[in-house]
Write a protein that binds this ligand. Structure first.
Ligand SMILES: Nc1nc2c(ncn2[C@@H]2O[C@H](COP(=O)(O)OP(=O)(O)OP(=O)(O)O)[C@@H](O)[C@H]2O)c(=O)[nH]1
Ligand SMILES: [Mg+2]
Length: 449
């Protein structure tokens, strides 16, 4: 942590400028040695300077250098950023010179790691930065920003503070029973607070799950019996003839995948083999695979045929997916109606072939996942699998406290379980962190971040 680190912060390649970032107590000294601007060393913080990088009497590049002194910087250390002309050779040369003058090459994520270790950001914010780098859509970008802004971590901090209050009261109740003006923590009071904590944790878990779908895409499986128009639907949605379409039943034998972004929602679409009983070995393997994919899906687009009555196969598939999130897409609405659809839920009528009402599919998906709400509402999103695993542990721990309370556990036993929850909440924001975990997390960043 004491050495001064350097790395190229911009993407490697041709561009108008590249930025080399230097952080640490020797940042200004080291850069001063190779920078022609004589005011740079003594100038005040948060200023930009023009000049040349010169090394062994050779002019390397004309640059702008920003100087930002601790503590008001990203790492809370002195930071110098050199803006060179873009291009791999010059930028690498400047970096090499910095390394030969006493900087160490930063590891991936080391700038952010220092920001965390110096208390500038917490773990959820650090994870937000990873998400921001990887954001594929505008919404994913917004979510990452909200995580960096610390909205979720504020919420966790508040929950932890509430719990501290209860723990402190229990402590006084147990050790100083003579202090009668301190609120007594009764079973019903602790129970109430656990109910409220559980509700808030559930809300974060639910919103984070939806957020995860926005970020990584909704695994959407197109399912139905042969010939109802599943492949036609896929092709229409993605605007290309990716899957083969024919009037022959059993055309699609293996799954076909495509990614589609509609209205900022990423759909990872999978067209499957039509489901029916068949003696054809290849086709029956395909059917098996369709059912397996359906089980793993976040969303199923069940395709039915408008121009035919419901068949036994349709009923079977409906039964198979009744506990999943699904939309009933009644295709071929350009033909005469024969389908008996009175009892079907969540249905929309489309024609993949004649391109009728296809836009209703994305509207329905948004409705089903509450995605419209996510855009406008203040959401408490914790994106990482790490946070989600801890949130689930918290749910279990809350149950334990509640069980303890109803089974007459003593206050000091309850206190142990409450402390466990308090620690878990701390783990989410990195108040109680393990070194290995931190190393693993920050190594997922790119160099220079
Ligand atoms: N009239 C009409 N025909 C359609 C529509 N959608 C698909 N078809 C026709 O229905 C037939 C079957 O379409 P596919 O998309 O191959 O059906 P599938 O469900 O993928 O069939 P399998 O791969 O065999 O399971 C083709 O002849 C399509 O042109 C539609 O909206 N209206
Ligand atoms: Mg097909």
């Amino acid at each position: 942590m004491n050495d001064t680190i350097a790395a190229i912060a911009t993407a490697q390649g041709i561009g108008a400028i590249s930025i080399i970032r230097v952080s640490g107590s020797k940042a200004v000294d080291i850069v001063s040695k190779i920078f022609t601007n004589k005011n740079f060393k003594t100038s005040s913080s948060h200023t930009i300077h023009y000049g040349y990088i010169i090394y062994k009497d050779e002019k390397i590049d004309e640059v702008l250098v920003s100087k930002m002194l601790a503590p008001k910087t990203f790492t809370r250390e002195d930071i110098v950023e050199i803006n060179t002309h873009g291009g791999i050779t010059t930028t690498n040369k400047v970096l090499e010179i910095l390394l030969s003058e006493g900087c160490r090459l930063a590891e991936p994520g080391e700038f952010s790691k220092r920001a965390f270790l110096n208390g500038r950001i917490d773990l959820t914010e650090a994870e937000g930065i990873i998400d921001l780098i990887n954001a594929k859509t505008e919404k994913a970008h917004k979510m990452a920003i909200s995580q960096i802004g610390g909205k979720a971590s504020k919420l966790i901090k508040n929950l932890r503070n509430d719990l501290s209050h209860i723990l402190a009261n229990i402590e006084v109740n147990l050790n100083y029973p003579e202090y009668e003006d301190i609120e007594e923590m009764t079973v019903s009071k602790i129970n109430d607070s656990m109910d409220s904590l559980e509700e808030k944790i559930n809300k974060i878990i639910c919103e984070s799950k939806n957020g995860e779908l926005l970020k990584n895409g909704i695994k959407t499986v197109i399912l139905g019996r042969p010939n109802v128009g599943k492949s036609s639907l896929l092709n229409n949605l993605i605007g290309e003839e990716k899957a083969i379409v024919t009037e022959i039943q059993g055309t699609t034998r293996d799954s076909v995948e495509a990614t589609l972004i509609i209205d900022n929602i990423i759909l990872n679409l999978i067209d499957t083999a039509g489901i029916r009983k068949t003696d054809d070995i290849v086709e029956s393997k395909g059917v098996e695979k369709s059912l397996k994919l359906a089980k793993e899906a976040d969303l199923i687009l069940l395709v039915l045929d408008y121009s035919e009555p419901l068949t036994k196969e349709d009923e079977k598939i409906l039964n198979e997916i009744k506990n999943k999130k699904y939309i009933t897409i009644i295709n071929k609405c350009d033909l005469n109606k024969k389908i008996n659809d009175e009892n079907l839920e969540n249905k929309i009528y489309v024609s993949a072939y004649k391109n009728i009402n296809m836009e209703s599919i994305s509207l329905k998906i948004k409705e089903l996942f509450n995605l419209e709400k996510l855009e406008t509402e203040d959401m408490s999103y914790l994106g990482s699998a790490r946070s989600q695993a801890i949130l689930n542990k918290i749910k279990v721990a809350i149950k334990e406290v509640k069980n303890g309370l109803s089974n007459g556990a003593t206050l000091d036993m309850i206190e142990i379980d409450l402390k466990n929850i308090w620690n878990l909440l701390g783990e989410i924001i990195g108040e109680t962190y393990e070194e290995e975990l931190i190393d693993e997390l920050f190594s997922r960043f790119c160099v220079g971040k």
